[in-house]
Write a protein that binds this ligand. Sequence first.
Ligand SMILES: Nc1ncnc2c1ncn2[C@@H]1O[C@H](COP(=O)(O)OP(=O)(O)OP(=O)(O)O)[C@@H](O)[C@H]1O
Length: 244
Amino acid sequence: MIDAVVAIAGLEMQRGVGDSRFRMFIDRLEIEGGQPVLLVGENGSGKSSLLDVIGLVLRPKRMTQFVYHPRAGGDVDVAALFQREDDAALTNLRCSEIGYMPQTGGLVPFLSVRDNIALPSILCGRRDPGFIDQLCGALEITPMHLALRPQDLSIGQRQRVCLARAFAHRPRLLLADEPTASLDVVSAAVVSEMLLEAAPKYGITPVIATHDPRLVDKADLRRITLHAKAVGPSEVECHIAAAA
Ligand SMILES: Nc1ncnc2c1ncn2[C@@H]1O[C@H](COP(=O)(O)OP(=O)(O)OP(=O)(O)O)[C@@H](O)[C@H]1O
């Protein structure tokens, strides 16, 4: 039996308005716990959009099934939460089960790097300074970096801070959007390894949107390949048939 973290069926989402639209249709998608998943596909094929759907950032237009299975047990009917616009429950689920490393930005400019990393774990009541120290050591985020504001770091340093923040509350699912895009070769190797070891080491299942050959070329990883096609002068669609 598949130990699914999230199961989606019959979902449609849309970005853009009027004539200029991107639409994604998910027939069936299950993310199995403990197995890293790669999202691959050309620019604009919908990888970030799919992460936003799984990460409860984008509200789908319709869905027949959208269920989360939290680590503590029980099912959370996300479709029902969206239907009754239960933002508090959606926020709780996002905070406790999901770590999100966006492609750009996302750090709070008026908090120190240390407080940025700690914030999600404080919000969901899983404060663990020892674990944060361990993450910072692995990602070479130094005590000097921790005292600075995000805007005082380089883009690559910020990207490592975003990854530490996404890990710090030990979410069940870690969504990483181009996690190695701004990193030098050594840092990219460290980050890739951390993500691939997240499941066996910490019980965190990573879903990674990437073009990085270091990850894409790994034959043994589960991958979902996205294809987008134009269906009108300014309308693009992506269909995900059955990915489990
Ligand atoms: N905020 C937005 N509003 C409207 N349309 C958007 C928005 N973000 C992305 N899109 C559109 O959605 C489509 C999918 O974009 P998305 O960023 O999900 O693709 P991607 O595969 O992650 O691309 P890349 O590899 O370049 O990061 C594109 O056609 C894009 O123009």
